[in-house]
Design a protein around this ligand. Structure first.
Ligand SMILES: Nc1ncnc2c1ncn2[C@@H]1O[C@H](COP(=O)(O)OP(=O)(O)OP(=O)(O)O)[C@@H](O)[C@H]1O
Ligand SMILES: [Mg+2]
Length: 326
């Protein structure tokens, strides 16, 4: 996977994050004084990479032994976090100032789990530092935010993404014109992970230009999302759900991205229920952000769409709105 191959290993390798680079640089000068950290920002902007770099720089060679990486949305509850943290922080790290716990997707934890985490942080702060990583800092309760230095990762700017993609093309001996790289940026919207994945997907084709990039991205995701919404509106729940599972579990599209694409595709719809559909999508977006079970929520969304459909004229996949069927 090129995303891993090209993951930054030095703070200065993080593109488009000059503020982050400066702040982390000064925090790393005095590791003993380092507070807990909260990294917040959109997907694919370097948050997890930065957390790993901080751990490596502070803990040195044995950093893997002294770093615990947890995905807050995967762990079954705060009990798991507490148990792991307890075991992990029982002893002081040898030759290192403390141990580091990276808590990814922290904004997906429930409020009560976050409240419990607040105590855990206090109890273990002699031996551990937390780096919480999230997309929305508003999803983190105030008392946790106030215990952390908050570092915000903005969306990556076009120029820097394009020039990083150019470098990858050179390293991989790939021919891709400027318009193609520009298209990759427009589709990925400042998400470097998605940009690199798109480039790798397109690298299998003979020629890479704006048109092939559009095709690759359309085939892989967006078009498919529109098809699934159509099936759901048409009342074909089981088919819609199995296609959705194919897209999320096999092709790896996150549920959050599914919702995002569904929102993007909305403008193609010509339906008296458009407002209701928009409200539905925003409701399920919110539920996912709040940490509800994605499988259950996505199935419920499809079922809900089915109950709204019927009068729907459906999404016109791949066509302009004015070409929609009567
Ligand atoms: N600022 C950046 N500079 C260079 N490469 C980056 C940057 N941000 C992301 N990448 C690329 O994207 C990949 C994913 O980045 P990372 O895991 O750090 O993103 P993230 O911000 O944690 O995203 P998410 O919120 O989805 O977890 C990296 O392996 C790297 O290849
Ligand atoms: Mg991450």
């Amino acid at each position: 996977m090129w995303v891993e191959k090209y993951r930054p290993h030095e703070i200065r390798d993080l593109i488009g994050q000059s503020n982050v680079v400066t702040r982390l640089g000064s925090l790393l000068e005095n590791p003993k004084e380092m507070p807990h950290l909260l990294f917040s920002g959109p997907p694919g902007t370097g948050k997890t990479s930065a957390a790993l770099i901080v751990a490596q720089k502070i803990l040195g060679e044995p950093w893997r032994d002294y770093t615990l990486e947890m995905n807050a949305s995967d762990e079954r509850g705060i009990g798991d976090v507490r148990d792991k943290v307890k075991i992990f922080s029982r002893h002081l790290a040898m030759n290192a100032p403390y141990r580091i716990i990276i808590l990814d997707e922290a904004d997906e934890m429930t409020n009560s789990a976050q409240t419990a985490l607040r105590r855990i942080m206090e109890e273990s702060s002699r031996f551990t530092r937390f780096i919480m990583v999230c997309n929305y800092s508003s999803g983190i309760i105030e008392p946790l935010q106030s215990r952390c230095a908050i570092i915000r990762f903005p969306r990556l700017p076009k120029e820097e993404v394009v020039s990083r993609l150019e470098k990858i093309c050179r390293d991989e001996s790939l021919q891709c014109d400027e318009a193609g790289l520009s298209k990759i940026y427009d589709i990925s919207n400042g998400d470097m992970r998605q940009a690199i994945n798109l480039l790798q997907g397109a690298s299998l084709l003979d020629k890479i230009d704006a048109e092939t990039i559009e095709r690759v991205s359309g085939i892989t995701h967006k078009g498919k999302v529109g098809e699934i919404i159509n099936l759901a509106l048409d009342g074909q729940f089981s088919k819609a759900r199995s296609e959705l599972i194919q897209l999320t579990k096999v092709q790896g599209l996150s549920e959050a991205d599914f919702i995002k694409y569904a929102g993007d595709e909305l403008f193609r719809i010509d339906d008296p229920n458009l407002g209701e559909i928009a409200k539905l999508i925003s409701e399920y977006d919110y539920r996912l952000v709040r940490g509800a079970n994605p499988d259950i929520q996505m199935a419920a969304l499809l079922a809900h769409l089915g109950s709204l459909g019927g009068s729907s004229k459906k999404l016109e996949i791949g066509h302009a709105k004015d070409q929609s069927e009567p």
